[in-house]
Design a binder for this molecule. Structure first.
Ligand SMILES: Nc1ncnc2c1ncn2[C@@H]1O[C@H](COP(=O)(O)OP(=O)(O)OP(=O)(O)O)[C@@H](O)[C@H]1O
Ligand SMILES: [Mg+2]
Length: 338
């Protein structure tokens, strides 16, 4: 087989050499007509033979390619290294290998996506079930007689309504996440005054910090500083970060602020709270990830807050950083262009 293919590859050259050879023989011998015809005939026959070999070699090659494609279709290859064609089909082999690798990685991505989707749905149903069961429990207890018990009835109703609020927050977060991840969240970037912005965050959260006896402070030395971003979305970022700081700080302080750094403004939210174990730092931005699952859920958290924060900050071509030490506190930082 190899020889046939080899002959095929060099058939042009062989044919040319034969031609030269015959011309030499022809010149060497005398010029009689019968010899010329014999030589030409021989030359012609050899060429036909070459043509036949050529076709044979071609069908061998096609067969080889067909087998290869069939094996790929039947999923017989696990790795592109296993794919091989004869030497003269190296270019084609490379192309097929590249195509194989590409489809393999597409399949891998699809599988991963499918897994993420299933996991996400699982998490969503789990998160929805918790508040619904609680509400159901309180209402059933009330119906079973607690309604007339003035010591507990209001408290049970209050708990039930708190759970509906959590449910509502969860749904809003889910809508945000799905809008962001499907690329439907429209951002509108403008220059805005960061001083005014941080002051409005401060006035919104001061009371809830002070309710927990935390000192709330604002550091914004330049009242004229303008930064570039989507103010509304950044408000959402700050709300999530400040809510976290207040939620996960038992005593001490929460500080928000901005520091000018070259052509950027560095915005931070700092607390003296529980802190985050270094092994968890990389994961807190994942959807539904909570360090102390039950405690966070008790506080109404679903673990979507930081996932939303990360998306919004990345849409600003920036990134969110965390510095944290267990038991000492945490600081969340991101930068915006001046
Ligand atoms: N400032 C902080 N100090 C300590 N731990 C924090 C802080 N911020 C976040 N975490 C940890 O990271 C986890 C993820 O935070 P994230 O904001 O995504 O979720 P959540 O606050 O639990 O719920 P949600 O924000 O959806 O209501 C939290 O459960 C908490 O364990
Ligand atoms: Mg949160």
């Amino acid at each position: 087989m190899k020889t046939i293919i080899w002959i095929r590859n060099f058939s042009g050259l062989i044919s040319f050499c034969l031609f030269i050879l015959f011309v030499i023989i022809f010149l060497y011998l005398s010029h009689t007509n019968s010899q010329t015809i014999l030589l030409l005939g021989l030359f012609f026959l050899l060429n036909i033979f070459l043509l036949f070999l050529n076709r044979k070699a071609r069908s061998i090659e096609l067969q080889e390619i067909r087998n290869l494609i069939r094996k790929i279709r039947l999923n017989e290859y696990k790795d592109s290294i296993d794919i091989s064609l004869s030497k003269n089909l190296q270019d084609l082999e490379e192309e097929i290998k590249a195509m194989f690798n590409r489809t393999q990685s597409d399949i891998q991505n699809l599988k991963k996506l499918e897994q993420v989707r299933t996991e996400f749905l699982g998490n969503v149903s789990h998160e929805l079930r918790t508040p619904i069961f609680s509400i159901q429990g309180y209402i059933e207890t009330l119906l079973d007689g607690a309604l007339g018990d003035t010591k507990v009835n209001r408290a049970f109703l209050q708990k039930a309504i708190n759970h509906t609020l959590n449910l509502n927050n969860l749904l809003n977060d889910l809508i945000d996440i799905s809008m962001i991840e499907s690329g439907q969240m429209k951002m509108s970037f403008r220059f805005f005054n960061i001083h005014e912005f941080l002051k409005s965050v401060e006035s919104e959260f001061r009371a809830s910090a002070e309710n927990k006896n935390l000192v709330f402070s604002l550091h914004s030395p330049n009242p004229k500083l303008d930064l570039y971003g989507d103010k509304q979305r950044l408000k959402q970022v700050m709300s999530n970060l400040v809510t976290n700081s207040i939620k996960y700080t038992e005593s001490g302080s929460v500080e928000i602020g901005v520091i000018e750094e070259g052509s950027f403004g560095k915005i931070y939210v700092k607390d003296t709270g529980l802190g985050i174990p270094s092994s968890d730092i990389a994961r807190i931005f994942e959807r539904f990830y909570r360090i102390e699952r039950d405690r966070s859920r008790e506080m109404g958290g679903s673990g979507l807050g930081l996932a939303i924060v990360k998306h919004i900050i990345e849409a600003h071509e920036s990134k969110i950083e965390v510095k944290s030490q267990l038991g000492t506190g945490s600081e969340f930082i991101f930068r915006l262009k001046k």
